[in-house]
Design a protein around this ligand. Structure first.
Ligand code: HEM
Ligand code: HEM
Length: 174
C-alpha cells in the first residue's frame, strides 16, 4: 500500500541523524572551540568517534524500519527515481563513513567515556586505505547532503510540492 508520509520512527531517526552528523562533522573542524569545552584533542575525537558509532547504529535501525515500510508515493516519477538513487547513496555513505573510521582507528576507543572498544585487528595497509577513504569520502558525503537538502527545499519553495511534509513531525500517517 502507498502512503503519504514517513512513519514517526523514520522521521525521528532522520532528524536525529541530521543533528548528530552536524555536530560530529563540526568537531574535527572546530577543534579549538570544542577543546576549550572538552579539555583535549583526544576528547574531541572521542566524541567524534562515539557519535559516529551512534550514527552507524541509527542507520542500521533506519534500514530495518525502511525494509518493512512502504516509501511515501511522489507524484513526479522520473524525479522520484532520482531521489531514490540519491537516498541509496546517502545510506551507503552513512554506513561507509563510520565503518572506515572504525577500520582506521588504531587506539582503544572510549565509547562516550563509558565502554572501551579495542581497535579492529586489521593490517597497517588496510588502516591507511580506510583513513584515505574517510578523508576523501567526507567531501562526497557533504556534497550529497547539500544536494539532498537543496532538492528538498526546492521542492517545497519552488515547486510547492509537499515532499518536506512527508519527513516532518506531526499529523497522522495516511
Ligand atoms: C557518520 C560518521 C562519520 C563522519 C561523517 C565522519 C566525518 C569525518 C570528518 C569530516 C573528518 C575531518 C577530516 C579532516 O580533517 O579533513 C573526520 C576525521 C576523523 N574521523 Fe570521522 N567521521 C565519522 C565517523 C568516525 C568514526 C566512527 C571514527 C572512529 C571510530 C572516526 C575517526 C576519525 C578520525 C580519527 C579523524 C581524524 C583523521 C585525521 O586527521 O587523521 N570517524 N571524520
Ligand atoms: C545529515 C543530513 C541528512 C541525511 C544523511 C539525510 C538522509 C536522508 C535519507 C537517507 C532519506 C531517505 C529516506 C528513506 O526513503 O528511507 C532522506 C529523506 C528525506 N530528507 Fe534527508 N537527510 C539529511 C538532511 C536533510 C535536510 C537538511 C532536509 C531538509 C532541508 C532533508 C529532507 C528530507 C526529505 C524531505 C526527505 C523525504 C524525501 C523523499 O521521500 O523523496 N534531509 N534523507
Amino acid at each position: 500500500m502507498q502512503t503519504h508520509r514517513y512513519r514517526s520512527s523514520q522521521v525521528f531517526l532522520h532528524w536525529a541523524t541530521f543533528l548528530l552528523v552536524a555536530v560530529l562533522v563540526s568537531l574535527p573542524y572546530a577543534d579549538e572551540f570544542y577543546r576549550s569545552m572538552l579539555g583535549s584533542r583526544r576528547n574531541v575525537m572521542t566524541l567524534h568517534k562515539s557519535l559516529g558509532i551512534l550514527v552507524l547504529l541509527l542507520t542500521v535501525a533506519r534500514l530495518l524500519v525502511r525494509w518493512r515500510t512502504p516509501r511515501p508515493a511522489q507524484a513526479n516519477v522520473p524525479l522520484d527515481h532520482a531521489a531514490r538513487a540519491g537516498h541509496y547513496l546517502l545510506y551507503a555513505v552513512l554506513l561507509a563513513m563510520p565503518v572506515s573510521g572504525l577500520v582506521f582507528n588504531s587506539k582503544p576507543l572510549d565509547l562516550f567515556w563509558l565502554v572501551q572498544l579495542p581497535p579492529l585487528p586489521v593490517s597497517e595497509d588496510a588502516r591507511q586505505l580506510a583513513r584515505q577513504f574517510h578523508l576523501v569520502a567526507q567531501y562526497l558525503f557533504l556534497a550529497l547532503v547539500a544536494g539532498h537538502a537543496g532538492f528538498a527545499l526546492w521542492h517545497h519553495y519552488v515547486r510547492k510540492e509537499r515532499v518536506l511534509a512527508t519527513m516532518s513531525f506531526g499529523g497522522a500517517r495516511q
